[in-house]
Design a protein around this ligand. Structure first.
Ligand SMILES: [Zn+2]
Length: 156
């Protein structure tokens, strides 16, 4: 699989499946071929509008996570990352809270989670955002995850 192939104007397949844990542990994180169109949709419907609005390059994380990698991380086996339906985002110089608010107000998504953000520390945590398969309805669920629990809405 050619990781340099572009999925959208600013993002390559390699960037969507990149994982520091897989590199460090030598775990294969190649997605099944049929998931590539889903990764492309994450790029076109989420990452590109974000890239254009904020005008800054950024590296997405875990657009796809293989079952082996997911186990290694200790994440839930029904994580949307394993279905190429979710991506984690941080943009240098942009508060993750502001990023989450912009996504909430401007994009269609399934779940939006502001994760591990600490008030007053703009670059703490990250933003998790997901999309359902084309034929399913996006739930537009917005949550904040901190201190190991989820609360509704975005909390700074
Ligand atoms: Zn995530």
């Amino acid at each position: 699989m050619d990781r340099t192939q572009k999925l959208s104007e600013h993002f390559t397949l390699g960037e969507l499946v990149r994982s520091e844990t897989s590199e460090r542990k030598g775990i294969d994180n190649t997605p099944p071929e049929h998931m590539v169109p889903k990764l492309k949709r994450l790029c076109e419907e989420l990452l590109e509008p974000i890239r254009i609005h904020f005008g800054k390059p950024f590296r997405p994380n875990s657009g796809y996570r293989s079952p082996e990698l997911n186990r290694e991380i200790g994440s839930s086996s029904n994580s949307q990352h394993c279905k190429a339906e979710a991506v984690d985002i941080e943009i240098a110089g942009i508060s993750n809270y502001d990023l989450a608010v912009w996504i909430r107000d401007n994009l269609d998504f399934d779940q939006l989670i502001l994760e591990c953000y600490e008030s007053g520390i703009p670059n703490s945590g990250w933003v998790h955002v997901s999309l359902k398969e084309m034929q399913e309805i996006n739930r537009k669920k917005v949550m904040t995850y901190s201190n190991r629990s989820y609360t509704d809405g975005l909390t700074a």
